[in-house]
Structure formats: C-alpha cells, structure tokens
Design a protein around this ligand. Structure first.
Ligand code: GSH
Length: 212
C-alpha cells in the first residue's frame, strides 16, 4: 500500500498510528506540499482533491484520513474493536471522528493557519473557540479511559493526532484534566512514537514562523 504523506501532518499521523495498530506496512511516499508536488498532474491523477494523506491500496485510491482509518480497520482488522460494528458503539466513534474534523482540528486551523500562512494577526476569539473545543472533549471524557467506548478506537487515533498538535503549539491542558489524562494514556499506544516524531517535525518547521 502506498501512503502519500508528510510526517508532520496531523491527518497523516492518524493513518500512521492506525497502520501501527493493525500491523500494516505502508510504502511511504513523502509529498512536498511547499514545493507543490501535490499539484503535479501525476498526483492529481491519483487524487483530484490533491490532499494528503492519500492511500493507494492495490490501485484503489483513498483520501480523507478518518474515512481511511475506517477502511483500514474494516479491511485489515483482525476484529472490529478499533471500529465497532454495533450501531450505538459505532455512533460514538463516528461522532468523535466528525467532532475531530469539524470542530477540534478545524478550530486549530482557524486560529493558526491565517497567522502562519497569510501573516494575519492572532484572533483571540478564535483561541477561545479552541479552548471551548478542548472543553467539549474534556466533558466527553469524564469518567472514561478512551474517547468513544471502553477500548481504543480510531476516534482516539484521530483525536490524539489533533491534541498532540495543540500540545506542540503549547496549549495549556491544566484546565482540562480529563483530556490531559486521556492524552497520557494515548501516548502509551504501541507505535505512538511515530506521531510524536511528526509533531516535533511540524513544530520545528512551523513554530519559528509564529509571531511572538
Ligand atoms: N480532511 C482531510 C484534510 C487533509 C488536508 O488538509 N491535508 C493537508 C495537509 S495536512 C493537505 O494535503 N493540504 C494540501 C491541499 O489540500 O492542497 C483529512 O483529514 O485527510
């Protein structure tokens, strides 16, 4: 399976974590977005939406990281524990995946991307929205070890890729003890180093571009 990716990208990191959880070996292909490699005709032929991660499984091209996670478990999981088939259990996983994409990660992007990529000033209101999103996760995690059930699921993999990105940019989790505790649990997931390595690379690359 070819995985077009960048180590620092949060959605790519969730797919790498899923590969570790399932014992899959990806043929890793880095795609330099800054150099516009994703806009070259040969990549557009694979993914007209030109985003990473993009996975090619025996000629079948997939993108949208959370959909990739679900596919990998359904196709290669020994059981359904990472993405339960039971409708209510699956609902909680999907709910958290959509929350991660539309709220938690989106609010990180809304705060940082204009500053990083358009030299806009920081918007304190957007920071409050990030805090609110982490607050939602904190409430969801009350009394729980994992984000969407009694065991690790792909919701945790997606969420930890995002939360570790917040962490890389020094988000203060002290007011969100349930998130802090869950985050420590996630750091013990086998293969977690692949995510940390990517966060470190992301911070090294983009941290210096942040105005003080
Ligand atoms: N919702 C998508 C987001 C993917 C995404 O935005 N990837 C970025 C890198 S982190 C990218 O490929 N940007 C280049 C582009 O979209 O042209 C997912 O979760 O896979």
């Amino acid at each position: 399976m070819d995985l077009y990716y960048l180590p620092g990208s949060a959605p790519c990191r969730s797919v790498l974590l899923c590969g570790k959880a399932l014992g899959l070996d990806f043929n890793l292909k880095t795609l330099d977005l800054m150099a516009g490699e994703h806009l070259k005709p040969e990549f557009l032929k694979i993914n007209y939406q030109h985003c990473i991660p993009t996975l090619v499984d025996n000629g079948f091209a997939l993108w949208e990281s959370r959909a990739i996670l679900a596919y990998l478990v359904e196709k290669y999981g020994k059981d359904d524990s990472l993405y339960p088939k039971d409708p209510q259990k699956r609902y909680f996983v999907n709910q958290k995946l959509y929350f991660d994409m539309g709220t938690l990660y989106q609010r990180f992007a809304d705060y940082y991307y204009p500053v990083l990529f358009a030299k806009a000033p920081y918007n304190p209101e957007a920071y409050k929205k990030m805090e609110e999103a982490v607050g939602f996760l904190n409430t969801a995690l009350e009394g729980k070890t994992y984000a969407a059930g009694d065991n690790l699921t792909i919701a945790d993999l997606a969420l930890v890729a995002t939360i570790s990105t917040y962490d890389g940019f020094k988000f203060d989790f002290s007011k969100y003890p349930n998130v802090a505790k869950w985050y420590e649990t996630c750091k013990k997931i086998p293969g977690y180093e692949v995510n940390q390595k990517g966060v470190d690379e992301f911070v090294e690359k983009f941290g210096p571009l942040l105005p003080k």
